[in-house]
Design a protein around this ligand. Structure first.
Ligand SMILES: [Zn+2]
Length: 508
């Protein structure tokens, strides 16, 4: 007789997400592994006295979402400080900052503002001085490449910031700082271990509410790796975390002998994360043709020669690379730098936003994974951010997910926390303005499940709902294939399962 299952889910629609498009009614799970996917009557045979039985009542089971590019500490900060992501005006941001200030903390912090929501300019020091003239105030733009400061914060840190990254108007600093100057502020607000633990646990809960079972977290110089290890050892990590270490960790990673895929089943070493350029929002992504407004072509954050040295070093060390490249010039440069690297290393380009036909063909022909963010399509609408920064012609050439998929590129989807919500990303991918930018629901869900699993060397155990795979599942109240595409983001997550354990439960 077959051993009983620990958990069975019955009477739903199970989307296996294999190439054949298989569906089933139920899933049986034992010791964290999927042991049967079949009709409910068949799965019911595995119910024993101690089996937990969940009636799906027509709900939909998908492989667990893998957010292949996220920032968990910042997601936690957004949850625990002023959340500016829904603010439609500078005034609304200031209200949130005032309401969210923590009297015990020194800084007043807000995260996730997007000035394209009010069609205007960045928050400036004059705005933020209205929040406080005594305490430092920082409002971080959602792309994290731009930070707005009040006068207290600006005056305190100005001398440590490179001039080129401090915006001025008529010789006076506006309070807006970018790139390395923003890095000075990140160092200043870096949390200690206790605070980091609180923030990461808040972000983990939020991820599960959104159906996320695994993340590739971009880990900047901080206590975060240590805190993650402590959480893993204490059995408090319910999310699968792959740490992509910022390049400033590289010496340490090499010296301590860490390699890609080292770790536990819950916490792994991922890639070394580096940059080439900035962002479209910050007008710092490196373009071949100038920005519509500023007339310049962006900035190298890591210049090409330095990038090549880093690529050679990381590739030789047998580590995976995750290279941020947004502008077409930066993407071309990154592909050049990766041309001679180990094809089995699964190196990744992060974002790859501004594309032309040649770049799409090059990405498809290479072994490089395109780690894209479908939610960035929210900027691709008429009168959106891309239109104002790039003009209409380039607006429709951003994030060409459909063209990339058709050409045979390997896609892995992530949120970059803008916002951390896979269903919102799927909705954006499915409703993008042009065919070249659009995917169908299956392709989009695959990139958010199998795609991330592949980028994490885990496609043999994650990314499909199949016998023998780990039981990482997302249960949805409705089918994203059946609802109006413009409402996919509103579909409720009913439950999230990681390794057979229900980590989020809105079923009952
Ligand atoms: Zn990012």
């Amino acid at each position: 007789m077959t051993d009983a299952a620990d958990l069975v889910l019955l009477d739903g629609t199970v989307h296996v997400l294999d190439d054949a498009g298989t569906t089933a009614e139920g899933v049986a799970i034992r010791a964290g592994e999927i042991v049967r996917v079949d009709k409910s009557d068949e799965v019911r045979h595995l119910v024993g006295v101690e089996t937990e039985v969940v009636d799906l009542d027509g709900r939909h089971v998908l492989p667990g979402f893998v957010d292949a590019h996220t920032h968990m500490l910042d997601a936690g900060r957004q949850l625990r400080n002023a959340d500016l992501s829904a603010c439609d005006s500078p005034e609304a941001c200031l209200d949130q900052l005032r309401a969210g200030r923590d009297e015990r903390a020194e800084w007043i912090l807000g995260f996730g503002y997007d000035e394209s929501r009010w069609g205007g300019s960045y928050l400036a020091r004059d705005d933020l001085d209205d929040v406080s003239t005594e305490r430092p105030v920082a409002a971080v733009r959602e792309d994290m490449h731009v930070v707005s400061l009040n006068s207290v914060a600006l005056e305190r840190y100005r001398t440590r910031m490179p001039d080129r990254d401090v915006n001025t108007e008529d010789g006076r600093a506006t309070g807006v700082v970018v790139e390395d100057a923003a890095g000075v502020i990140y160092d200043a607000i870096d949390p200690g271990p206790e605070r980091a633990r609180t923030l990461l646990l808040a972000a983990q809960s939020r991820a599960h509410e959104l159906g996320v079972t695994g993340v590739h977290d971009m880990v900047r110089r901080s206590v975060v790796p240590r805190v993650y290890r402590d959480l893993d050892l204490a059995g408090e990590l319910s999310l699968r975390v792959r740490m992509n270490y910022w390049a400033d960790f590289l010496d340490a990673v090499e010296e301590t002998g860490l390699a890609t895929n080292h770790g536990s089943d819950r916490l792994e070493v991922g890639a070394i994360k580096t940059f080439t350029d900035g962002s479209i929002g910050g007008a710092t992504a490196k373009l071949s043709e100038p920005y519509r407004e500023s007339g310049d072509t962006g900035k190298w954050v890591v210049p090409p020669r330095e990038l090549r040295e880093l690529v050679d070093r990381v590739d030789e060390a047998g580590l995976q690379l995750a290279i941020h490249a947004i502008g077409d010039e930066a993407i071309a440069e990154t592909l050049d730098a990766l041309a001679e690297t180990d094809p089995s290393a699964r190196h990744r380009i992060e974002h790859a936003e501004v594309l032309d036909d040649e770049l799409i063909a090059r990405l498809a022909a290479s072994d490089v994974i395109v780690s894209a963010q479908p939610n960035f399509h929210k900027w691709a609408r008429e009168d959106g951010l891309y239109a104002s920064r790039l003009g209409d012609e380039r607006r429709v050439r951003t994030n060409q997910l459909g063209a990339l998929a058709d050409a045979g590129a390997t896609l892995a989807f992530g949120s970059d926390c803008m916002p951390m919500d896979p269903l919102f990303g799927v909705q954006q991918a499915v409703t993008a303005p042009t065919e070249e930018q659009r995917l169908d629901v299956t392709e989009a869900v695959r990139a958010y499940t199998r795609g991330g699993a592949y980028a994490g060397f885990a496609e043999d155990r994650q990314g499909t709902v199949d016998a023998g795979m780990r039981a990482d599942l997302t249960v949805l109240a409705e089918s994203p294939w059946e609802v109006d595409p413009s409402t996919i983001g509103d579909v409720d997550v009913a439950a999230t399962v990681v390794d057979g354990a229900v980590v989020y439960d809105a079923l009952r």
